[in-house]
Design a protein around this ligand. Structure first.
Ligand SMILES: [Zn+2]
Length: 88
């Protein structure tokens, strides 16, 4: 029985997902979530670009400040939606 992941859980696992470090089952769940969640898809695309840039620039792997800021803003916005209470 699979439980639906929230956007927050998706985001928590996204960097491992991009690095292909996740269990295949978790990858599938993320991909399934992406089917119906445009904000997560947009964030994944941003993260992928960032990872590629960091890799090719030869810098030590770290998430640029800009992405941290975006992630926090994104999570704040999503948390409002994902918070307790009924779906609207
Ligand atoms: Zn989502």
């Amino acid at each position: 029985m699979t439980r639906k992941l929230s956007c927050r859980e998706i985001l928590d696992n996204l960097s491992a997902y991009v690095d292909a470090e996740l269990d295949p089952s978790l990858c599938e769940e993320i991909e399934a979530h992406m089917q119906g969640c445009n904000p997560c898809v947009a964030f994944l695309n941003t993260l992928k670009k960032t990872v590629v840039l960091v890799r090719y620039s030869g810098e030590p792997e770290q998430v640029p400040q800009e992405v941290h800021i975006d992630l926090h803003r994104f999570l704040r916005d999503r948390c409002k939606d994902d918070g307790p209470g009924k779906e609207s």
